[in-house]
Design a protein around this ligand. Structure first.
Ligand SMILES: Nc1ncnc2c1ncn2[C@@H]1O[C@H](COP(=O)(O)OP(=O)(O)OP(=O)(O)O)[C@@H](O)[C@H]1O
Ligand SMILES: [Mg+2]
Length: 785
C-alpha cells in the first residue's frame, strides 16, 4: 500500500477525478477529461477506457505533475476510478516499480523548496471535505454540466462578448481576484510549469480572455457561486488549457529553468562513490567520549587516509598529532597546503574534501554539522561523495537517523558505534554569583562577543591574580593555537581562558570548568538564546580525558542563567530532518545558461527560488555570497567561474577594509594583472583595541589572498610566499598583543567614530557592570536589537 506522497498524490488525484465526475455524467466522460487533469504534452498521463466502462489513468515516469507538486522519487502510480465516483467504489493500484514507499509527505515542496503546508491542507481538504459537494450553489452549478474542456473550446471559438450587468461584472472581477490570490491554484499551476512569478500575469490574461468570450449563463452560474474555492476549482482546468495554448514559450522556459535547478537525488551526483561498496562507521555519542580518538586510530592504521575537520585549528591539531606519532600526514586547508614528503595521509578542512582521490579510510568529524544552515553542504558532499572504503563519522546522535536514510539511498553498509562520556559533566549549582572574582585556575569563561571577551579578561586580570588567554573567531588559527598552548602549559601564569564558541568543536584543552558568562548570542540578525546543542558542545570542553582535569564542571556567571544551562544539558538531541546542500559551480553554470543576462547575485536568488530538493535536504544559506556578488557587480570582465570563486572567498562582510581588498583583488585579476596585497606591516604589537582590530583585519585580508591563490593560477596570485610570511608575523603580533593586552575597551562612541551607524551591524552589549544591573532588572529577558 502506498504511503506518504504517493498515497497523498493518489488521494489528491482521485479527489480531482471525483470532482470531475461529479460535474459530468458517465456518458460524457471522455479521455479529454483526464487530459484536463494531467496534460500529455507535459509527459503526464496516458489515459484510456477499460472495457468495464471505467476510466483508467496511468501516470507515467515523471516527478513534477499535476495535482501535486511533489518532486522526487515517486515514479508513478495508476488510479482507476469507478464510474459512479463514489469513494467505496474507488479502486486504486500502484504501478509496477513504484518507489513511492520510501517517500514521505515532506517531499511536497513548493517553488522555493519548502514544504508547502497550505498545499497539503488544501488537498487534504479537497479529499476529506469535498467542498464542491458541500456547497449548495456549487451543486447547482455542477448540475448544469459545465464541462471545463468543452467550455474552453466554446470560449475559444466564441466571437460574441456577453453583456453583463454592473454587479455581475464586479463579482466576476472578485472571482478572478480570488483566483489570482489562491495559493492552491498557484501551486497547481506549477505542475504545468507556470511559475509563481508568472502566475498573476497568466490569471490576468485569462480573465481578459474569459470576459471577452464567455456565455452569459456560465457567468451567471459563476456569479452565483461567487469568489469561492469552488469557482477557482471550476475555472482552473479551463485556465490550464488556456495557459498551454497561450504561453508555450513561458512554459518551456520555466520548465528548463526548473530542470536546470534540480538538486534532487544528490547521491547520484557521485557515480564513482556509488560504484563502490563503502562501509560507513558512525561513532555516535556526546562530547568527550572518544569518538574522534577511535576514528583516528583507524585512520592511522590505514595505508592512506583523509581526516576532514570542521575547523582549521582542529585540522592543524590532527596534522601535528599524527605526524608526531610517526605517520606522515599533509595539511590542506583553504589557506595552506603543507605537503609532507612520502605522506599518504591528509588532514584537511571539510570544505577542501576532494571526491576524486581514493582512500582506504576517511574520517568526517562533527558530522552533525551537515545540518548547519550555511556550511552543512560541505559535510553532506563529503558523506555522499568520498571515495573511501571506510568512512568514519564522528558526531552526536542528532543526525543518526538521517545518516541511516542516506546510507539506505546510497547502498552503503552502516555500522553504528555508540559511546558514553568518559565521566559525567557536573553542573555547579552555586554559579559565580555574578562575581568574576570567583574564577579559579582552569576556568574557561565563555562569552559570545569580542567586546565581552575583552571586558571579562580585563576585569579578571584587574581584580584577581589570574592571567587570561583568549580565543575567538576573528583570531587566526595560529594565534588561537598559541593562546591554547599558553593556557594548556602549566609552567606559566596564564591559567584562565576567556573564549567565544570558537572553542566549541572537538578541541582538547586543559579546562576544569566551563563558566557561561552569558547564554545569549548575536546570530547575525538579533540576540537569541544559545542553542542547546551548542551549549552542550561548549560545556563538553571541560574535563577532557587525558587532560589535567579529567572531572568536568560547568556553571554560569549569574544564578539566573543556571536553569537554562541545566535545561540545555538535559535536553535530548533533536533529530535532524534535513541536511544542507549547495550546487556545484557546474550546476550554477547550467542554470545560468537558462537565464541569460542576469547578475550573479540575482542568479543565486533565482536558483534558490527554483531549485528542487528532496525532502531530506535544504539549500544552504548564502546571504554573504550574495552581498559579495553585489559588491563585485561593478567589476567587469570576470567569467562566471571567476565570479563564483571570488564570491566564495572567506571574507567578513561587515569589515569594510576586507571588502575593499576583495574588490581590489577582483578588479586587478579582471585586468589580467598580478594581484598584490598592497598592505604594509604594522610596526609592532597592538597598544589598544583599535590597533588590535587592525591586526585582525590585516590578517583576514592576507588569509583571503592565500585562499584565492589556491583557487586561481599562480601567475595571478604570485606573492604567496611574501603573504604567508606577513600572515605569520601578524599572527605572532596578535599573540603578543593579547598576552600584553591591558587596555580599557573603547566606548561605543569611539568605536563608531568614522563609521556610520548603520554600518556597524552588531550593537555590542553594554559593559559588564551595566549588563549585570540590567539583567537583574529584567530577570534575564532575551533582548533583541
Ligand atoms: N582510548 C583512549 N585512550 C586514551 N585517550 C583517549 C582514549 N579515548 C579518548 N581519549 C582522549 O580523550 C579526549 C577526548 O576524546 P575525543 O576527542 O575522541 O572525544 P570526542 O568524543 O571526539 O569529543 P568531541 O565530541 O568533543 O569531539 C582526547 O584527548 C583523547 O585523546
Ligand atoms: Mg571529536
Amino acid at each position: 500500500m502506498a504511503r506518504g506522497v504517493a498515497g497523498f498524490l493518489r488521494r489528491a488525484y482521485t479527489s480531482r477525478v471525483r470532482f470531475l465526475l461529479s460535474t459530468r455524467n458517465l456518458h460524457s466522460l471522455r479521455e479529454s477529461d483526464c487530459r484536463s487533469l494531467v496534460n500529455p504534452e507535459f509527459d503526464v498521463p496516458t489515459s484510456r477506457f477499460c472495457s468495464d466502462n471505467r476510466v483508467r489513468v496511468q501516470l507515467p515516469l515523471n516527478d513534477y505533475r499535476f495535482g501535486c507538486i511533489g518532486f522526487g522519487k515517486v515514479r508513478g502510480f495508476s488510479s482507476t476510478v469507478d464510474n459512479n465516483g463514489e469513494n467505496d467504489d474507488c479502486e486504486e493500484e500502484e504501478s509496477v516499480g513504484s518507489e513511492s514507499e520510501d517517500y514521505d509527505e515532506e517531499g511536497v515542496i513548493n517553488e522555493l523548496g519548502d514544504v508547502d503546508e497550505s498545499l497539503m491542507k488544501d488537498l487534504a481538504v479537497s479529499e476529506t471535505d469535498n467542498v464542491v459537494e458541500s456547497s449548495e450553489a456549487a451543486r447547482a452549478f455542477n448540475a448544469r454540466c459545465h464541462d471545463p474542456l468543452e467550455l474552453y473550446s466554446e470560449l475559444r471559438e466564441s466571437e460574441v462578448r456577453c453583456k453583463l450587468q454592473r454587479s455581475e461584472w464586479d463579482t466576476i472581477r472578485e472571482i478572478f481576484g480570488y483566483f489570482a490570490q489562491s495559493g492552491w491554484a498557484a501551486n497547481q499551476a506549477l505542475a504545468i510549469y507556470i511559475g509563481k512569478s508568472f502566475f498573476p500575469t497568466a490569471v490576468s490574461k485569462f480573465r481578459e480572455f474569459f470576459l471577452e468570450k464567455c456565455k452569459v449563463e456560465v457567468v451567471q452560474d459563476l456569479v452565483r457561486v461567487g469568489p469561492t474555492d469552488e469557482a477557482v476549482k471550476f475555472l482552473f482546468p479551463v485556465f490550464v488549457e488556456f495557459c498551454i495554448e497561450e504561453f508555450p514559450d513561458e512554459i518551456k522556459r520555466f520548465k528548463s529553468v526548473v530542470e536546470s535547478a534540480d538538486l534532487t537525488k544528490p547521491a547520484t551526483w557521485f557515480p564513482f562513490a556509488r560504484a563502490m561498496k563503502r562501509k560507513i562507521v558512525y561513532h555516535c555519542g556526546p562530547t568527550n567520549s572518544g569518538k574522534t580518538y577511535n576514528a583516528l586510530q583507524r585512520f592511522m592504521e590505514a595505508k592512506n587516509g583523509l581526516y576532514c575537520s570542521p575547523l582549521r585549528l582542529l585540522a592543524m591539531e590532527v596534522f601535528d598529532k599524527v605526524n608526531a606519532l610517526g605517520i606522515y600526514c599533509s595539511l590542506l586547508t583553504g589557506q595552506e597546503k603543507k605537503h609532507v614528503p612520502f605522506s599518504n595521509h591528509v588532514s584537511c578542512t571539510v570544505e577542501m574534501v576532494s571526491t576524486d582521490e581514493l582512500y582506504e579510510v576517511a574520517v568526517i568529524d562533527e558530522i552533525q554539522m551537515m545540518a548547519d544552515p550555511s556550511r552543512g553542504h560541505a559535510w553532506t558532499k563529503a558523506l555522499l561523495g568520498l571515495k573511501a572504503d571506510e568512512i568514519h563519522l564522528c558526531g552526536d546522535p542528532s543526525v543518526l537517523e538521517i545518516v541511516r536514510k542516506m546510507c539506505a539511498d546510497t547502498g552503503d553498509e552502516l555500522v553504528e558505534e555508540h559511546y558514553e562520556r568518559f565521566k559525567p559533566l557536573v553542573v555547579e549549582a552555586k554559579t559565580l554569583l555574578g562575581e568574576l572574582k570567583n574564577v579559579k585556575s582552569g576556568d574557561c569563561i565563555v562569552a559570545f562577543s569580542r567586546r565581552e571577551i575583552f571586558e571579562v579578561k580585563m576585569a579578571i586580570e584587574k581584580y584577581t591574580k589570574h592571567r587570561c588567554c583568549v580565543i575567538y573567531g576573528a583570531l587566526p588559527p595560529e594565534t588561537r593555537r598559541q593562546q591554547a598552548n599558553l593556557f594548556n602549559d602549566q609552567e606559566n601564569e596564564y591559567d584562565v581562558l576567556v573564549a567565544s564558541d570558537a572553542v566549541g568543536m572537538g578541541l582538547n584543552l586543559n579546562i576544569r570548568r566551563v563558566v557561561f558568562y552569558s547564554l545569549n548570542k548575536y546570530n547575525g540578525d538579533k540576540i537569541v538564546p544559545v542553542a542547546a546543542s551548542q551549549v552542550k558542545q561548549i560545556a563538553g570542553r571541560a574535563g577532557r580525558r587525558g587532560s589535567r582535569y579529567p572531572d568536568g564542571l560547568t556553571t554560569t556567571l549569574h544564578l539566573e542563567d543556571l536553569s537554562y544551562l541545566i535545561e540545555c544539558l538535559q535536553q535530548p538531541f533533536d533529530e535532524v530532518k534535513k541536511v544542507g546542500l549547495f550546487p556545484f559551480f557546474e550546476q550554477i553554470e547550467l542554470f545560468a545558461a537558462q537565464v541569460p543576462n542576469m547578475t550573479f547575485s540575482k542568479l543565486l536568488n533565482h536558483f534558490g527560488k527554483h531549485c528542487r530538493l528532496d525532502g531530506s535536504y535544504f539549500l544552504c544559506r548564502h546571504d554573504h555570497v550574495k552581498k559579495v556578488a553585489n559588491m563585485l557587480e561593478k567589476v567587469e570582465g570576470l567569467s562566471l567561474e571567476d565570479r563564483f570563486n571570488f564570491c566564495f572567498a572567506p571574507v567578513n562582510i561587515r569589515n569594510p577594509k576586507a571588502m575593499y581588498h576583495l574588490y581590489r583583488f577582483a578588479s586587478t585579476y579582471s585586468q589580467d594583472m598580478p594581484v598584490n596585497v598592497a598592505m604594509g606591516m604594522p610596526k609592532g604589537s597592538a597598544k589598544n583595541d583599535t590597533e588590535l582590530l587592525d591586526l585582525e583585519s590585516r590578517h583576514q585580508v592576507l588569509s583571503m589572498y592565500l585562499w584565492l591563490s589556491n583557487q586561481f593560477e599562480e601567475k595571478n596570485f604570485p606573492f604567496v610566499e611574501k603573504v604567508e610570511a606577513m600572515a605569520t608575523n601578524i599572527a605572532e603580533l596578535l599573540g603578543e598583543s593579547l598576552t600584553k593586552a591591558s587596555w580599557k575597551m573603547e566606548s561605543k562612541e569611539e568605536i563608531l567614530k568614522g563609521q556610520k551607524k548603520e554600518e556597524r551591524g552588531y550593537e555590542r552589549p553594554a559593559s559588564l557592570i551595566k549588563l549585570a544591573i540590567k539583567r537583574k532588572e529584567e530577570n534575564f529577558g532575551v533582548e533583541g536589537e
